[in-house]
Structure formats: structure tokens, C-alpha cells
Design a protein. Structure first.
Length: 375
């Protein structure tokens, strides 16, 4: 799914600190997979310098959803109560674990996955909102995004048995897994909120959008508390508003899609928006003598097989930025770009040249608005 690098530039000397890791887009990793991040270390290094110049920066960081989170609030018009911010973040993350988690066996989603088919299952407004957004993206992308893809992820060795086996699945195994996947195999009802499964084997995993949903919820909560300048990040899903402590727009670095290398390829400047990157250059396996991506095409049941190295999407919603980045990565360089243009998405596509001699890129007209030079 997604690889990412984030850089926040808020001082006059244009110093950037990059946050580098793998995005936990769990439609391409398994339920329960824990992906540790190096973000807190880099964030601490950044804050040492920044807070020396800007002592009023409010900061919070920790672990959640098998990844990490961080929150920065720059000095603004409102004096925020640290306890109120702590309570907001704790409440949102606890709700995400209670409603949306597949690694928590007692969560609402885990219980739903154990439910039999054929009857309407009441769901919380939170779970309904996330599943409705997922279904909408699935429809708009022709099934390139699908929260039921988990069995296929497992089959290709990126799930709980990650790395096991060195042979690709047989066609019959893929066909069998496809029988229990597909976003059209569940129905949603809004009043009252409920879901009905077409097959009992259907397993839902919203890890591809749950971190973004939590980011959006925290951002809305900060707005209500009076915050005007902040950045929220969970597992690489970023939402920013206003300006950084130096009084400039927040800057987010898109990482060069090179395994084993960490450098900025492009810079996105945000004053009110979210950014997510999906790529294939950190999470992959060698199966049957070839390298395969952890991004599984829900339509074919196999890993994507094209030259696209990464896709970055800027969107007002962190949840939708993540979902669309995943879908465009599945669709590939041409079909993905055509869809992004048609939907008016701000997207950057980085494609490998044949022979490994570098990259070609295409960006939509909407993406150019946010892009700034590196350096």
C-alpha cells in the first residue's frame, strides 16, 4: 500500500526533518499486522530545534492502531488547554479501537466479521460513516479500492503469515479467495445504520481509511477547541491547517520511491488539507523468483504489476486521501491518472522508467496548486 515521508519546515533556515516509514494501509496488509514507525524519534529531533525558538508549541505523540501518532499545535489566537487536547485525542483513538479495529477481537468490526450472512446487523454511526465512504470510493474507482480484500492479502503472504512461502498461489486458490471478497457483497442501510453480508466468509478491514478517519476527527475536535494552526498525523496520514510556528504554510515532503533511500522527491504546501502517499517500494516480497508488491488488485486477486512506484493525493479529507491514493496505485499510471483528472483529484504519479534508469512523473492540474520546489 503506502510508503511515506513527511517533512515539516517551520524555521527561517529552511531546515527539514523527514519522517520515513510504511503506511499501514491494511487493505494490503493483514488485520492485526503491527507496523512500527520511526516517526517519534524524528519528531523529537525536530521539536528540539523548533521549540527552542517557539516555546508555545503544543505537542503530543504516542502509539495507536499498530502505528504512531503525532500532533503539533502552533501558537495561535487561542490558548489551548493541554488537558482538553489530551482528552480529545484519547477519546478519538479509543473510539477507533472500539469501533474500527481488526486487531482488537472485542471491537465492533471484529464482531461484525464473525456475524453470519443474510440478516441486518446494527452498526454504530462511526462504523457506518467509514464503510459508506469506503463503498463510495469503491464505486467511483470501479472496485480498485475494496475493504474486503483481506483474504487475498493473506493468500499472497502479506497478512498474519507475512513472508511465509516462496511460491505464488495457484489460480484455483485465488479464485476461491475471490469468492469471499468484493465490496458489492455487503449492503448498507442508513436508517437505522445497519449492514448485511452476502456471505458469512466476508471479512471487512477498514485499516486503509481508519487512520485517516481518526485524523479527520481529531482535526474537527481541534477546530471546536479553537485551534487554528495545527498538524495531525497517524501512521503517515497527515492533515494540516493554518500555519506552522514560523508563520508559514505547513510543508510535507513526498519521499522519493527508492527502497533503502530516504530523500524528498517533492514538497506539498498545505494550509487546509490532507496528504497521503501509496507506493510499492518498501513493503514487498520475492515469490517465485520475482518481486511482488503488497498492493493487491481486488479485481484480479493478484499484486499490481505495472511501473507505478507511488501515488500521492492531496484532499480535504485524510480518510479520502488515503483511500484514493490506494485506488490510484491499483489502477496504474494511465488508468489512475485518467480517473484522477476526471474526478478532479490533486495527485502526483511517479513511474519507474524501463531498465531502472530513473523516474517519469505526471501530476494533475489540481496537484500543481500545492507543489513547491524541494530545497
Amino acid at each position: 500500500m503506502a510508503e511515506w515521508s513527511k517533512a515539516l519546515d517551520w524555521n527561517s533556515s529552511n531546515v527539514q526533518k523527514a519522517f520515513v516509514g510504511s503506511n499501514p494501509t491494511l487493505s494490503a496488509t493483514s488485520p492485526g499486522t503491527v507496523l512500527r514507525r520511526v516517526l517519534p524519534l524524528f519528531l523529537s529531533l525536530l521539536l528540539i530545534g523548533a521549540c527552542a525558538r517557539q516555546p508555545a508549541v503544543l505537542q503530543l505523540q504516542g502509539e495507536t492502531m499498530g502505528t504512531t501518532y503525532s500532533l503539533l499545535v502552533a501558537p495561535g489566537t487561542a490558548e489551548l488547554d493541554q488537558a482538553a487536547v489530551d482528552s480529545l485525542v484519547a477519546e478519538v483513538l479509543a473510539e477507533a479501537d472500539e469501533r474500527l479495529s481488526t486487531w482488537n477481537a472485542a471491537s465492533e468490526l471484529s464482531a461484525l466479521n464473525r456475524h453470519e450472512a443474510g440478516t441486518w446487523i446494527p452498526v454504530s454511526p462511526t462504523l457506518f460513516e467509514v464503510l459508506e465512504a469506503a463503498r463510495d470510493v469503491s464505486e467511483l474507482t470501479g472496485g480498485a479500492f475494496d475493504v474486503t480484500v483481506g483474504p487475498l492479502v493473506e493468500l499472497w503472504g502479506f497478512g498474519t503469515g507475512a513472508g511465509s512461502g516462496d511460491r505464488p498461489p495457484e489460480a484455483a486458490e485465488i479464485a476461491l479467495a475471490l469468492e469471499s471478497t468484493g465490496y458489492r457483497k455487503f449492503e448498507l442501510r442508513s436508517a437505522p445504520p445497519a449492514l448485511r453480508k452476502a456471505t458469512s466468509a466476508l471479512q471487512l478491514d477498514v485499516g486503509a481509511i481508519a487512520p485517516g478517519y481518526a485524523v479527520d476527527r481529531i482535526a474537527h475536535g481541534l477546530d471546536a477547541l479553537g485551534a487554528r494552526d495545527y498538524l495531525v498525523e497517524i501512521g503517515g496520514e497527515v492533515r494540516a491547517r493554518g500555519r506552522n510556528p514560523a508563520g508559514r504554510p505547513w510543508r510535507v515532503a513526498v519521499e522519493a520511491p527508492v527502497s533503502g533511500e530516504r530523500r524528498a522527491y517533492a514538497i506539498v504546501e498545505l494550509e487546509d488539507g490532507s496528504v497521503s502517499t501509496s507506493g510499492d517500494y518498501r513493503d514487498f516480497r520475492h515469490v517465485g523468483g520475482r518481486q511482488i508488491s503488497h498492493t493487491i488488485d481486488p479485481r484480479s486477486g493478484s499484486p499490481v504489476d505495472h511501473g507505478l512506484a507511488s501515488v500521492t493525493v492531496v484532499h480535504e479529507s485524510a480518510m479520502l486521501a488515503d483511500a484514493y491514493a490506494t485506488a490510484l496505485m491499483v489502477l496504474g499510471p494511465q488508468a489512475g491518472f485518467d480517473l484522477a483528472e476526471r474526478l478532479g483529484l490533486a495527485a502526483l504519479f511517479i513511474e519507474r522508467r524501463e531498465g531502472g534508469s530513473g523516474f517519469d512523473e505526471r501530476q494533475t492540474a489540481a496537484f500543481a496548486v500545492f507543489r513547491r520546489p524541494v530545497g
